[in-house]
Design a binder for this molecule. Structure first.
Ligand code: NAD
Ligand code: DAU
Length: 433
C-alpha cells in the first residue's frame, strides 16, 4: 500500500490494501461502521472497525485511525499508529521509534516518568526539555542509556527553541511547572510565567506541528473539600483554585481546552493528586520530614495537621499518564488517584515510626495561608475506560521512599548546599507558634 508523504491515503488505497467490505460507494460510505484490515507501512497489522460520521473527525475504537469526510464526496483516512506523527512515521532513519518531548523531565515526577518510559517502552526516544531551575536536577536522569535520551537545557517560554523541538517530535508530555504552593505564596510571578505562558508556548508549537500533547495538571484546580464531606473530585467538579500555584495550573488547563476546541490540537489533560516517591524535592512534605529527621531537625507540621492529601506513588502516576497518552480520548480530561487519602498528622506518624522516632518528636508550626483542607480523587473514569489501576499501596510506597532517602543522603546534601536551609529558615522560621 502506498501512503503519500502527508500521511493520508484515499479510499482506493484502502480497498487495494484489503478493505474487507469492498464496493462501498462514495459518498454513500460517509456514515456507518466498516471492518478494515491492512498492513501498517512501518510494520504490524491493524484489524478492526472504522466508524465514519459525516464531516466529523472521529477515532476508531483503538484510537489508531482517524477519518475525515472531505466535502462529503471523498473519504480520506488518515493513518496514525498510536500517536506516531506522520513525519516520524515515514522517516527513513527512525522508522520504528517515536520521539516524546518531556518538559520538566529533570524534576521529580517528570524524571520518574522518563525512567518509567525508558524501562517499559523500548521504541520510544525521549527528549527532555528542562530549564534546570532550583527544582530541576540533571542527575535525576542518571543511569538512562544515552541512546534513548536527548537532554535540552532550556525554557518552555522560549518559542524558537520549543518550535524547533516540536518540529522533530511525535508527542509532548508537559510536566514543567513551578510546582510548590508555599513558593507561589511568597512570589507568584514565576508561576504565571512558566505555568501559563510556558503552556501557551508549547500549545502553539503543538498546533503548528500537529504534535500530540498531554498536559499534566493537578487536583488542586478543584479547590478543596471539607474533612467531613463524603464527596471526591471528578472530571465534572467545577474549577475553584485557591493558591497562586493552583490558579496558574487552572489557567493552563483552560488554555489546553481552548486549543483543543478552537484549533483541533490533539491534547488530553490529567489532574493528579499528591505524588510521593524517589527524587522528590525536599521542599515537599514527605521528603522534607524524612530529611529533617536525617539532619537532626524536628519535622514541622502546619496548622492543626488535619489537612488531608490523596497520596499516589509516582510510578502509578507514570503508568496512568502513559495509558492516557496512548489510549486516552482526545480532548478529554482524566483524574488520576490511588485512593490514598491520609491526614498530614497520620503521614508524619508513619514516617516517625518508620525511622524509629517517638510520636511526639516534631514541631507544630504556623499554617500555610489559604491552606486547602482536603483533596480526594475519584478516578473511576480512568479505571473503567482505560483499565488502569494503581499498584503501589501507601505503606509499601512510604517504606520504599524512606529507604531511597536513606540511600541517597548525598543527593539531599547537594540540595542543601544550593541554599535550601536558608529557604526553610525564611519560609517557615523556627519560631513555630
Ligand atoms: P518539580 O518542581 O519537582 O519539577 C519541575 C521541573 O520543571 C523542574 O525540573 C524544573 O527545572 C522544570 N521547569 C520549571 N520551570 C521551567 C521552565 N520555564 N522551562 C523548562 N523547565 C522548567 O515538579 P513536580 O512535583 O515534579 O511536578 C511536575 C508536574 O506535575 C507539575 O506540572 C505539577 O503541577 C504537576 N503535579 C504535581 C503533583 C505533585 O504532587 N508534585 C501532583 C499533581 C500534579
Ligand atoms: O495535590 C497535588 C499537589 O500536591 C501538586 O499540584 C503540587 O505540585 C504539590 O506540591 C502538592 O501540593 P501540596 O501543597 O499538597 O504539597 P506539600 O508537599 O507542599 O504539602 C502537603 C501537605 O503537607 C500540605 O497540607 C501542607 C503540609 N505540610 C507541608 C510541608 C512542606 C506540612 O505540614 N509541613 C511541611 O513542612
Amino acid at each position: 500500500m502506498v501512503v503519500p508523504e502527508d500521511g493520508t491515503a484515499n479510499f482506493d488505497s484502502f480497498v487495494s490494501a484489503g478493505l474487507q467490505q469492498p464496493g462501498l460507494k462514495i459518498p454513500g460510505a460517509n456514515t456507518g461502521e466498516f471492518a478494515v484490515a491492512f498492513k501498517i507501512v512501518t510494520g504490524g497489522e491493524y484489524n478492526g472497525t472504522v466508524k465514519l460520521d459525516q464531516g466529523l473527525k472521529k477515532e476508531s475504537e483503538h484510537g489508531i485511525i482517524q477519518e475525515n469526510l472531505h466535502k462529503g464526496l471523498q473519504v480520506f483516512l488518515q493513518i496514525q499508529v498510536g500517536f506516531l506523527h506522520k513525519k516520524r512515521l515515514y522517516a527513513e532513519n527512525r522508522r520504528d521509534t517515536m520521539t516524546i518531548i518531556v518538559t520538566g523531565g529533570a524534576g521529580f515526577i517528570g524524571s520518574n516518568f522518563v525512567h518509567w518510559v525508558v524501562e517499559h517502552q523500548p521504541d520510544v526516544h525521549v527528549t527532555v526539555l528542562d530549564k534546570l531551575t532550583y527544582a530541576g536536577n540533571r542527575a535525576n536522569l542518571d543511569g538512562i542509556d544515552a541512546g534513548r535520551l536527548t537532554f535540552v537545557k532550556g525554557d518552555i517560554c522560549d518559542a524558537e527553541l520549543v518550535d524547533s523541538l516540536f518540529a522533530e517530535a511525535d508527542a509532548c508530555v508537559h510536566f514543567a511547572a513551578e510546582s510548590h504552593n508555599d513558593n507561589s505564596i511568597l512570589g507568584p510571578a514565576p508561576f504565571v510565567k512558566t505555568n501559563v505562558e510556558g503552556t501557551f508556548t508549547l500549545l502553539e508549537a503543538a498546533r503548528a506541528h500537529d504534535v500530540r500533547f498531554h498536559h499534566i495538571s493537578t487536583d488542586e484546580v478543584y479547590g478543596d473539600l471539607a474533612l467531613d464531606d463524603p464527596a471526591r473530585f471528578t472530571e465534572q467538579t467545577p474549577y475553584r483554585p485557591s493558591s497562586p500555584y493552583s490558579s496558574t495550573k487552572a489557567a493552563s488547563d483552560m488554555l489546553v481546552r481552548a486549543w483543543v476546541r478552537t484549533y483541533g490540537v490533539r491534547a488530553t489533560i490529567s489532574n493528579c493528586s499528591n505524588n510521593y516517591g524517589p527524587r522528590q524535592h525536599i521542599e515537599k512534605f514527605i521528603p522534607r520530614q524524612i530529611t529533617n529527621i536525617l539532619n537532626g531537625i524536628r519535622p514541622k507540621l502546619y496548622g492543626d495537621g488535619r489537612n488531608v492529601r490523596d497520596w499516589i506513588h509516582t510510578e502509578d502516576h507514570s503508568s496512568a499518564v502513559w495509558e492516557i497518552l496512548t489510549r486516552g480520548r482526545l480532548g478529554e480530561t482524566y483524574l488520576i488517584g490511588a485512593d490514598g487519602e491520609r491526614g498530614n498528622y497520620d503521614v508524619l506518624q508513619a514516617i516517625l515510626a518508620e525511622m524509629g522516632r517517638a510520636p511526639d518528636d516534631f514541631d507544630w508550626v504556623r499554617d500555610r495561608p489559604g491552606h486547602d483542607r482536603r483533596y480526594a480523587i475519584d478516578s473511576t473514569k480512568l479505571r473503567e475506560e482505560l483499565g488502569w489501576s494503581p499498584r503501589v499501596c501507601f505503606d509499601e510506597g512510604l517504606q520504599r521512599t524512606v529507604a531511597w532517602c536513606l540511600e541517597h543522603a548525598c543527593w539531599f546534601e547537594k540540595l542543601r548546599r544550593q541554599g535550601f536551609d536558608a529557604y526553610m529558615q525564611r519560609q517557615y522560621g523556627l519560631d513555630g507558634r
